[in-house]
Design a protein around this ligand. Structure first.
Ligand SMILES: [Fe+2]
Ligand SMILES: [Fe+2]
Length: 156
């Protein structure tokens, strides 16, 4: 296809860039949690990173399919010294909330520009981010409610 709409193209590249940032942050937390002995949480974070990688891949494929190029832009970086589990999970919840807002906005752009192929892709990614967010919020709430016993039994 060679009929790329500039608004859709720019938006898809923005969504792509955010995914690349999220992959790095979640993988960084994955290794930190593994080092802290939080095996189950490390696995959850690794799986989230893999989901974001899949999203980035689908976005790049879509951009190329539309006959455009993937613009590599500056993305978010992991925090060097972040070892507090609740802080990590809250940061991720914030990343997911921003992703959900960005995707909802992107879906509106696709509607306006009549690119329903791209819209359907964003909708699929949106549902995945909503899952990530609800799981993160559940973990934060449970840590606050049940404290260490929850961490030990569910996240180690
Ligand atoms: Fe994602
Ligand atoms: Fe996500």
């Amino acid at each position: 296809m060679n009929n790329v709409n500039e608004k859709v193209h720019n938006m898809l590249c923005e969504v792509y860039t955010a995914e690349i940032g999220a992959i790095g942050i979640y993988m960084d937390q994955h290794t930190k949690c593994e080092d802290l002995g939080l095996k189950k949480l490390a696995e959850i974070l690794e799986n989230d990173a893999k989901d974001e990688m899949k999203h980035a891949e689908m976005l790049a494929e879509r951009i190329l399919f539309l006959g455009a190029t993937v613009k590599n832009q500056k993305h978010a970086l992991p925090e060097e010294k972040q070892f507090d589990v609740v802080e990590m999970l809250q940061l991720n919840a914030d990343i997911e909330m921003k992703a959900i807002a960005r995707l909802n906005e992107g879906i509106t752009i696709c509607f306006d520009e009549k690119d329903h192929g791209s819209r359907m892709l964003l909708e699929e990614i949106l549902k995945s981010e909503e899952e990530h967010l609800t799981n993160l919020q559940t973990m934060v709430n449970n840590i606050k409610k049940y404290g260490d016993p929850y961490v030990v039994s569910q996240l180690m």
